[in-house]
Design a protein around this ligand. Structure first.
Ligand SMILES: Cc1ncc(COP(=O)(O)O)c(C=O)c1O
Length: 391
């Protein structure tokens, strides 16, 4: 069978191949990108499900509007306002996870051959999705403070990309957070060069000690005109449940209208039942206490992972301890190859993801990503100990 030529632009990720090995009995995995299911507020979701199925079974089991279930659009608007971003309910659409928002952005913005700029490294699914639309994906380097804005500005001038995609807060895989000064500059550069910046923010709520700087969306109020060049993707996946598949997209009106049209042809609308559950959940007052527990748990796991990495791997590895999110991004010293290390690690029954696939270009083969989200403290200690054996 002959398949569409656009598929030639993408390949199954090396990460998926690695995941096949994760079924080994006894393995401790730092490889996944999932939140810890033990922290899901299943009771709250059950209460919300019962409530919506008892009070409004017709609408929540029926087809619905492509833009989203109205009570949820209102709920997300309130949720965003609490984070400093003023968005009217009709200034956002609900998407099937933020992953769909990224796909809709690709669909509406990218012509084959267009250039897009992403962080190096960035979320692998975004690289693949944009490539599927024919994009040439260019990487902009990051450091501990997120993307290097001087270099990004130069790359924008040089390549005139269709868009720039950033995960400014607790990035996946980098764990890095863009400083407030850099955020402001990015908004200024977007405005000056008339370049769409896509802010993907699924992790911003998962901070450990103190909240991160305001999102680009919230800061855009202070850079008049920049909001016209900004799209923002949010999600309940990491704070409530990824299985609900509820995310959202905030964007200038013309982009939002076209994305809505494309969504209509794709899945008609996001599950009304999921949307209604999320909307009702937001009214229960359970999100804040649930997030408190998630933040404390992840903070403790990150602290222990940092401690163990320093103790057990010492000079063999370098990393910046993240201030939130779910990931450590590390680099092997002495020219070691992380894919090779990953294979030895699996023999020792511990897994992580080599970093190379997260680079759109010029992969750094010494890098790796470790998730601390799903292993408890004892397994983190044991797992990092096994990594030492694999060195
Ligand atoms: C940076 C980033 N964006 C988007 C997503 C997709 O999340 P969702 O479940 O909302 O589709 C993920 C999931 O891991 C992610 O890490």
């Amino acid at each position: 069978m002959e398949f569409a030529s656009r598929l030639q632009n993408v390949e199954t990720s090396a990460i998926r191949e690695l995941f096949k090995l994760l079924g080994k009995p006894g393995i401790i995995s730092f490889a996944g990108g999932f939140p810890d299911p033990a922290l899901f507020d299943a009771e709250g979701i059950r209460i919300a499900s019962d409530a919506v199925l008892s009070s409004t079974p017709g609408p929540v089991l029926q087809y619905g509007a492509t833009e989203g279930y109205e009570p949820l659009r209102a709920g997300i608007s309130t949720h965003m306002r609490a984070k400093g971003a003023v968005v009217a309910p009709n200034g956002l659409i609900v998407t099937t996870g933020s992953q769909q928002a990224l796909d809709l952005i690709g669909k509406t913005m990218i012509n084959p051959g267009d250039k897009v700029i992403v962080e190096a490294p960035t979320f692998l699914a975004t690289i693949q999705c944009f490539r599927l639309y024919g994009a040439q994906v260019i990487g902009a380097p990051i450091d501990a403070d997120g993307v290097q804005v001087d270099v990004l500005e130069r790359l924008i001038e040089e390549h005139r990309p269709r868009l720039v995609y950033l995960i400014p807060t607790f990035g996946n895989p980098s764990g890095a957070t863009l400083s407030e000064a850099r955020r402001r500059r990015i908004l200024e550069v977007a405005l000056r060069t008339r370049t769409l910046v896509v802010e993907d923010d699924p992790y911003g709520e998962l901070y450990f000690d103190q909240p991160p700087p305001p999102s680009l969306l919230a800061l855009s109020e202070q850079v008049p005109g920049s909001r016209d060049w900004l799209a923002h993707c949010g999600s309940f996946s990491k704070i409530l449940s990824p299985g609900l598949r509820v995310g959202w997209m905030i964007a200038p009106e013309a982009l939002l209208a076209r994305a809505t049209m494309c969504k209509q042809f794709s899945d008609a609308h996001t599950s009304n039942l999921s949307q209604a559950i999320a909307a009702h959940y937001l009214t229960l007052g359970r999100l804040a206490p649930t997030l408190d527990v998630v933040r404390r748990t992840y903070a403790e796991r990150a602290r222990v992972m940092a401690e163990c990495l320093r103790q057990d791997l010492g000079d063999a590895i370098s990393f910046n301890a993240p201030q939130g999110g779910m990931f450590f991004w590390a680099r092997l010293t002495g020219g070691r190859d992380a894919a090779e290390f990953a294979r030895r690690a699996i023999e020792q029954l511990v897994a992580f993801v080599p970093g190379a696939p997260f680079f759109a270009q010029a992969p750094d083969n010494a890098t790796l990503r470790l998730s601390f989200a799903t292993a408890d403290l004892q397994r983190i200690r044991e797992g990092i100990g096994r990594l030492k054996q694999a060195l």
